[in-house]
Design a protein around this ligand. Sequence first.
Ligand code: GLN
Ligand code: ZN
Length: 764
Amino acid sequence: MAIASVLGFPRIGSRRELKKAVEVFWKGEVTEDQLQRTAQDLRHANWRLQREHGIEHIPANDFSLYDQVLDTTAMLGAIPERFSWRGNTVDLDTYFAMARGNSGAAGEADIAPLEMTKWFDTNYHYLVPEFTSAQNFRLASQKPIEEFEEAKQAGVLTRPVLIGPLTYLLLGKCLGEPFDRLSLLDRVLPVYEQVLQAFSAAGAQWIQIDEPALVLDLEEEVRSAFQPAYERLSASAPELSILVATYFGELAENLETACRLPIAGLHVDLVHGAGQLEAVLSTLPGAMHLSLGLVDGRNIWRTDLDKALSLARQAELRIGPDRMLIAPSCSLLHCPLDLDLEETLDGELRSWLAFATQKLDEIALLTRALNEGEATVAQELAANREAMASRGKSRRVHQPEVRSRTAAVTLEMLRRPLSYAERARLQREKLKLPLLPTTTIGSFPQTREVRRARADFKAGRIDTAEYEQFIQRQIEETVRFQEEIGLDVLVHGEAERNDMVEYFGEQLEGFAFTRHGWVQSYGSRCVKPPIIYGDVSRPRPMTVQWLKYAQALSPKPVKGMLTGPVTILQWSFVRNDQPYETTCRQIALAIRDEVADLEAAGISMIQIDEAALREGLPLRKRDWAAYLEWAVESFRLASSGVRNDTQIHTHMCYSEFHDIFQAITEMDADVISIESSRSRMELLQSFEDFDYPNEIGPGIYDIHSPRVPSREEMASLLRLASHAVKPERLWANPDCGLKTRGWPEVRESLANMVHAAQEVRAEF
Ligand code: GLN
Ligand code: ZN
């Protein structure tokens, strides 16, 4: 019989209980016991829910107070020196100090938290383990076992989850002299052995060990480290059935490695590795179970059950039902919890969606169809077919006008008529900017007052006229301030925007928004991504009214501010019934229309932010070129419809350009602003290594902290930059938008920045 199973479940709770509990604990308003009780309630609710929905292999230890990679660091006792941790088990203070750093409290030293980075290609962020070459590991947290026991006491025999030793080591970074992280494997395995033995003694039958690293490009030495490692693990607890879980892509050339492991089962992603089933079936050894990841764990669409069933049947034919597990593609952590909470979404749209709870039903249903025959679930299958058909032909999804427009995109539409050098000359004549022009990245502080006004407007507590007046006042104050301190290129300040994607999504056709569709981004931070369900178009201008107002206030140029198509795509749940690039091109055309309207309204500079361009890079290098091609093309489509003397800016929140420099250049923005104040060295490096042909504004004011940088400091950064970039092509600006900052520090910092630019300008 096939087994219904789950790899991991959202832990934040239907009302974000975990977020709230953790945050009040941080403020010292509740005790550790109270926090742990909330956590326990959430775990119990999850186990109960999964059991009620017919899941047999239910995970334990998929819960975390902050992050599952941090939990693994705690389990292994790999606590960096600076946290001065001694003792047997990692206490909660040390745990949260690693997550958030330690600062502020009187007498306490400033301790930097672990770095945070994206978990593979998802929007979840994990805390990066740190290793020294002398790193030691020892079992320092009983959490995995305790949670297994806790479930057992509640009557649920779970399948506990661990992050595998190889994936864990590969996700970490080396401190000091670089060394091979896998040299630590022999030191880390004894702890894993201990944990497996403890699970075995506690009565566990299956254990899930996540090794998503197996879907990455691996060097031969790394690949060959899996076999001996898993030989040790399986020998240490012979009664335990180990399921190795891979997800987020195909195993490809790592397939044989995975299939050779001495394990009881292998999980493969058949949503993001759809093409691999046949190869997996022909490589899987005779006794190994196969867990089929048929339900998308990362997106919110209802599963096409007929399609999923036909894949399952294909597997059944080859390996029989007794070695099959039916599963989501990956942990359901990346999905919102429950569609039933969404009372405001219309029925038609809802019928196309499935959140984590609904996905449990899909998994159970597929399993029943296999075990008891499709006739027993005929009604459900029919309903599913109907939903698929309605989505397939709905006018809300398929808009012929949008289709014909995207089909009619020509090469000319992707190119500015003149080269950068010629455009620059025309722009210089028109804009008459000084050398080292000063500007900002777009947003100004989002004060409580600003947020309240937006909330009041949304809730109907103030009317449109009142709201518009409020925003106009904000714009006016922001513009006046910028003039006062002498910035050369002004912005309107983005007071009307809650979020750089949501603001545009709300005004575009083809987007929907949930009320409770929260997904954990990192720690207690959750996001509510928009859902792109249909063809995208722009019914009316989205930003023109505010920009026009701002520009009328000042003779200085005011820079229009838009979010780029790739970033809008990356930070949304994207439809799965057409290639991402098609959806991206539709968004690009909508932004292109906005760009044209801004230009027509007299805006002479337009910035199109592509904060997420880099994070969209596929996991496998071989897929990079194809991605970068359509990503760059989308940006060009959005930005190239303007006159030569209209200046296009873009902004990116990072400084690692080495591997994508060519693509950045091909975007052909007149000016790019980037993050760089935090790493002087990197800044010089990228400039010297690559000769960026257009204008560039390396951030000289680090906006990630309230610290006010001095004039001297920023002037010296500018001088440094001017060694690598010709002064005619250099801009002075902060690292990123100022919306998270407070006015007092912004006032001072920007004034210093303007003075720094004036000082350095005088030296040329
Ligand atoms: N224009 C945006 C802002 O200033 C850019 C933010 C970003 O790139 N993350 O807020
Ligand atoms: Zn930024």
